[in-house]
Each structure stands twice: as structure tokens, then as C-alpha cells.
Design a protein around this ligand. Structure first.
Ligand SMILES: CC(C)(COP(=O)(O)OP(=O)(O)OC[C@H]1O[C@@H](n2cnc3c(N)ncnc32)[C@H](O)[C@@H]1OP(=O)(O)O)[C@@H](O)C(=O)NCCC(=O)NCCS
Length: 181
């Protein structure tokens, strides 16, 4: 199966793409027979993504496999004054905040439809998402351990910069300056 990945900005998100992203979100995080899961997926595509897409530095990557959207990832420039940056500032030690939080690339989520996992699509999405980013550092939160997400990120240079920030989640950072000369 061939997969292609496109990097998109806010203006390239149309109705069909929004519906496709909601479908992947639902397949990954919900249960299609539960009305609350369907609402949650709609809320992601119609409200959360719309709000995030207006932020500076917004970048969306979308994978297409066998003619259908198989996954996506996105982020934007995180700044103090935004909810997550300000929340982090109270949740992690001051020296970490000083170094990492503010004007970072905030990797909000990366999701592959369960029907297409384990084929390298997550890795492809990640590499397109971070390729050539102008920020100096990137941040994300995920559950560390043996799962696919920490394996993917740790294999691509991300390191835990603060453990236990949000329940089981850790704050991961990636120094984007390391490959620039
Ligand atoms: C994390 C996720 C995007 C990975 O997508 P994927 O297309 O299956 O990932 P890939 O096939 O590219 O695999 C990436 C790496 O993880 C490894 N991996 C895949 N599935 C794994 C599993 N179940 N357990 C451990 N490692 C796994 C692969 O071997 C690969 O390692 P490599 O780069 O060293 O070869 C996918 O599992 C997902 O959508 N999870 C739910 C959403 C989520 O948690 N996203 C992250 C939030 S920040």
C-alpha cells in the first residue's frame, strides 16, 4: 500500500478534509456506536481544530493510503498566554519552563487510523510535521513506556523533559536546532 503525506495550512482545510479527520479521530479515540464519541469527534474537527488552525505557525500533515485519509498530525507555535503553555508553567520546574516553554512548536496530536497502524505511517507523518520547522524546540505530552507513541518519538530524538505532568503523561521535548548548521 502506498502512502503519500501532504503538509497543509489553515486555508487548505475544506469540508471533505474536516470530515475525514473527524472519521480518523473517531476510529482512534472513540466508539462509532456511542453518540458522545461521535459528538467528540465532530467537536474536534469543527471547534478544536478550527481554533488551533488560527494560531501562528499552524501546520497540518495528512496521510492518504489506498485513496483514503489514514492519519494526521498537527501543531502550532506555542506561546505564553495560551492555555497549555500557561498550564505547563505551573506544572513543571522553573528551569524547564525557562528553557522549553514559549515560542516552541506544540505538537498537539498525531493519529493513525487503527486499520492502518504498524505500517510506518506514524513515522512518516512525524517526519513531515517536524521537517524544516522554524522554532528552536518542540514539545508534546504523551504516556511514556512501551506503547507505539513513546517508541515513535523516542526513536526520533524526543526526550522526556518532565515526568508525571498530567496523570500518566510526560512532557517530551525535541531540540530542533540539532540538525541545523
Ligand atoms: C502513535 C501512532 C500515531 C503510531 O502510528 P503507526 O502508523 O502505527 O506508527 P508506525 O508504524 O510509523 O510506527 C512507529 C514506531 O513505533 C513502533 N510501534 C508501532 N506500533 C507499536 C506498538 N504497538 N508498540 C510499540 N512500538 C510500536 C514501530 O515499530 C515504529 O518503530 P520504528 O520507528 O523504530 O520502526 C498510533 O499508534 C496512534 O494513532 N495512536 C493513538 C494516538 C496517539 O496516542 N498519538 C500520540 C499522541 S501524542
Amino acid at each position: 500500500m502506498t502512502t503519500t503525506v501532504q503538509t497543509l495550512g489553515r486555508k487548505q482545510i475544506d469540508r471533505a478534509l474536516r470530515d475525514a479527520l473527524a472519521r480518523v479521530y473517531l476510529a482512534a479515540y472513540g466508539d462509532a456506536v456511542l453518540p458522545e464519541s461521535v459528538l467528540d469527534a465532530e467537536n474536534f474537527a469543527e471547534a478544536t481544530l478550527r481554533r488551533h488552525s488560527r494560531r501562528a505557525g499552524f501546520r497540518l500533515v495528512v496521510s492518504v493510503t489506498a485513496g483514503e485519509v489514514s492519519g494526521y498530525g498537527y501543531g502550532f507555535t506555542g506561546k505564553r498566554g495560551q492555555f497549555w503553555s500557561d498550564w505547563l508553567a505551573g506544572a513543571v520546574p522553573a528551569d524547564i519552563v525557562e528553557t522549553w516553554v514559549g515560542d516552541h512548536f506544540e505538537l498537539v496530536d498525531m493519529v493513525v487510523d487503527p486499520a492502518y497502524r504498524g505500517l510506518g505511517i506514524g513515522g512518516l507523518l512525524h517526519d513531515h510535521l517536524v521537517d524544516g520547522l522554524p522554532q528552536e524546540r518542540a514539545l508534546l505530552a504523551t504516556v511514556p513506556g512501551q506503547g507505539a507513541a513513546p517508541h515513535l518519538y523516542e526513536g526520533r530524538g524526543w526526550q522526556v523533559v518532565a515526568a508525571d505532568i498530567d496523570g500518566a503523561k510526560a512532557l517530551y521535548g525535541l531540540d530542533l536546532r540539532q540538525d541545523r548548521h
